[in-house]
Every structure is written in C-alpha cells, then in structure tokens.
Ligand binder design. Structure first.
Ligand code: SF4
Length: 280
C-alpha cells in the first residue's frame, strides 16, 4: 500500500522542486527566445529572467515571490492508496514550512489568510483514473498574475476555427504584459464550460514545443503561437518578438449546440513537477 506518509513526503519533495527548478523545456524555450529577440529591452528582460532562474537554483530558493495556488494533478492507477487527500494536504503544509512557500490562500470574501496554503477545497486536487499499477502526482503551483487573465468563451458552433482564433487573439491582447510574458498558453476546446477550463490548464502540463499527436491541433497550435507573437507585446509587455513560448491544446468532444473554448495563461514561471509512486 502507498501510505499517507509516502504521499505527504512525495508532495513536499515535488513542491520544492517545482518552486525552485523550472522544467528544462521552458528554460530552453527562454534561451531560444533570447537568441531570437533583437531589441535591447526584450533581450534584457529575458536575460533577467534567465539570471533569476539560475540564482533560484543555485541558492535553492523559489524563482518567484508568488509561489502560487496549490493545484495537484493525480493519476490514480490500480494501486492501494492510504488517505490520498490527507497525504496531499500534509505535503502542501510541509512544503509551505520547509521550502518555504508564501502563504497565498485566503477566504475569498473576508480575504483572511489561512496561513498554511490549505483552505476550503484547496489544494485543488484533480483526479484522473489510470490502468497503470502506480500513483502519479504532479504539483502545479499557479501564480495569479497569469491566472487572472484566463478566459472562457461559449462560442456558437458556426464560429468554428476562425472564432477560436479571434477569441484567442482577444485574450492575448487583453492580457498584455500583466501575466509576466513570455507566457505559455493552454487552450481547451470542447467539453462543457467547466471541463474546457480544466482542459486548458491540463494542456500546460505538456512540454513547451511538444508536437500535438493530433495533426489538426498541431497545426492550430502553430497558428495560435504566431497570432500571439505577432501582437508584439513581448517579454514583460515591453515589446518584442516573444510574447508566448508555446501554445498547447487539449480537446474533448462537445454538445452539438456549442463550441466551448478556454484559454489558460501561464507566466514564464511555468512550474510543475511530478513523481510516480508504486505499491512495493
Ligand atoms: S505571474 Fe508568474 S512570474 Fe509573474 S509574479 Fe505571478 S507567479 Fe511570478
């Protein structure tokens, strides 16, 4: 059986990793962006981000003061697991103290801080079932400078792919420099209104630059990336060629009367880390 203690230790470990070490695909995309940019201001901004990433790793400290809202993706396979939710909560509490993480979780009305990054329905735990004999945990700390720029559209079916592109462009322009670009953008298409936003967020777990297996979506990802970068918003919103490092799409089938589209905006601090536990 995978015990509560193993889950708590694993969550704490990957929370620390996520807060301090940016995934290699994002780092490489930022380095490419530095080479591609021509203006001094765009280069300077990306250089500052890259220096920031190196300092965080060297000193073992979080790469940004906003260590995010705790979001956990779980792939629950065919294994016996003891107190999954309690283990995750314990892990988040432990990470908050030991990394340490900024305490970001508040009551939405009183704004009173809970003091340990735990709250009503927080950490947000998304569970997906799997056939594998293992438990996969992914910590996805979500900064709100970017989260505040997410958008949902319930398009009419007739608006089609052109409607998706138009809505996407409006979302990128409305976000401007607020989400600390260069961003990574997750796009959900289909499902229902709540499902499409989850798809958009889940799309951010795919590596930057990873080609979608569905050729239609791979082409659309390339087109949306060009649309985002053609806005010229650039690094930190100060102009340049790189507004967005990558666009990832997740799709689900939907109702014949609708075309839900979700845009989930992720800042350059596209943090996540995973671990797989087996029942041994
Ligand atoms: S949007 Fe991202 S990089 Fe900007 S402050 Fe928030 S977490 Fe940090």
């Amino acid at each position: 059986m995978i015990t509560q203690e193993q889950i708590a230790n694993a969550v704490c470990e990957i929370y620390k990793e996520a807060a301090i070490i940016l995934p290699t695909d994002v780092k490489n995309a930022l380095k490419n962006a530095y080479d591609v940019e021509e203006s001094d201001i765009a280069k300077l901004n990306i250089k500052s981000i890259l220096d920031n990433i190196d300092i965080a790793e060297e000193k073992g400290i979080p790469m940004c003061q906003d260590t995010g809202l705790p979001i956990i993706f779980v792939k629950l396979g065919k294994v016996e697991v003891e107190n999954l939710q309690e283990g995750i909560i314990e892990g988040v509490k432990k990470a908050t103290q030991t990394v340490p993480l900024r305490t970001n979780v508040v009551d939405p009305l009183t704004r009173k801080n809970t003091g340990n990054n735990i709250g009503k329905s927080i950490p947000q735990i998304n569970v997906e079932l799997s056939d594998k004999p293992e438990l996969e945990l992914t910590v996805f700390p979500k900064g709100f400078g970017s989260e505040n720029n997410n958008k949902l559209a319930m398009l009419l079916p007739g608006e089609g792919i052109d409607g998706i592109k138009k809505f996407f462009k409006e979302a990128i322009i409305s976000a401007g420099g607020k989400p600390c670009p260069p961003t990574v953008i997750g796009v959900g298409i289909g499902g229902s209104s709540d499902m499409v936003m989850k798809l958009a967020k889940k799309a951010l777990l795919r590596p930057v630059g990873d080609k979608n297996e569905d050729k239609r979506l791979a082409n659309l990802e390339d087109e949306l990336l060009t649309i985002a970068n053609d806005t010229g918003i650039g690094p930190m919103g100060l102009g340049g060629k790189t507004t967005t490092l990558g666009v990832n799409i997740e799709l689900a089938d939907t109702h014949t009367a609708g075309l839900p589209v979700g845009v989930c905006v992720q800042c350059w601090a596209a943090r996540h880390a995973s671990i797989t536990l087996k029942d041994e």
